[in-house]
Structures are given as structure tokens and as C-alpha cells.
Design a protein. Structure first.
Length: 93
């Protein structure tokens, strides 16, 4: 399947797409590839908003390790990540 990432660069190819519904939220996991390489696009959609992060292929392993660390923690702390954006791109904070 070929598709446009919506962020320009119409050469993006969708390699794998999965959707996960948790309560009232939808999560989209799209593995894509463009001339610069592969990346994982993770989007969260609620009824009013949509947030997206892009994880380059060389950061997916680190991202999963970090995610698993917080999920498997014995503590019941709740962590929130906000998506920020500046002239250089989007980021987690």
C-alpha cells in the first residue's frame, strides 16, 4: 500500500498499519518508509483531537525499552507525555 504521510514528501510507503482501541481513544501504529528510511508513526485520536509522534527506525528499540520499563514498573505512578512543536519539528516533553 502506498500513501502520503500528510507531512509532505509524497514518497512515503505504508509497510504495516495496526489500530488499537482503548476506552474512547484510538491508537494508530503505522510503519512507513521514505527515501530517508523507515519510521514508526504513532497517532492517538480522541473525539476532539489527534496527536502524532514519529519514531525513526534507529529509535524504535530504545522507545520500546523505555515504554516497557514504565509499563512493567511495580509502582503505580502515572506518567504523561506532552507533544511539543517548534520550528525544528515535533518532540515529547
Amino acid at each position: 500500500m502506498e500513501g502520503n504521510s500528510g507531512g509532505g514528501g509524497g514518497n512515503d510507503v505504508e509497510l504495516l498499519c495496526k489500530t488499537l482501541q482503548v476506552e474512547h481513544k484510538l491508537f494508530y501504529f503505522d510503519l512507513k518508509e521514505n527515501p530517508r528510511g523507515r519510521y514508526l508513526k504513532i497517532s492517538e485520536k480522541t473525539s476532539a483531537t489527534r496527536s502524532t509522534i514519529i519514531v525513526p527506525s534507529n529509535g524504535i528499540s530504545w522507545f520500546l525499552d523505555l515504554f516497557n520499563y514504565y509499563v512493567s514498573s511495580d509502582e503505580q505512578d502515572v506518567f504523561y507525555f506532552d507533544i511539543g512543536e517548534n520550528r525544528r519539528g515535533r518532540f515529547l516533553k
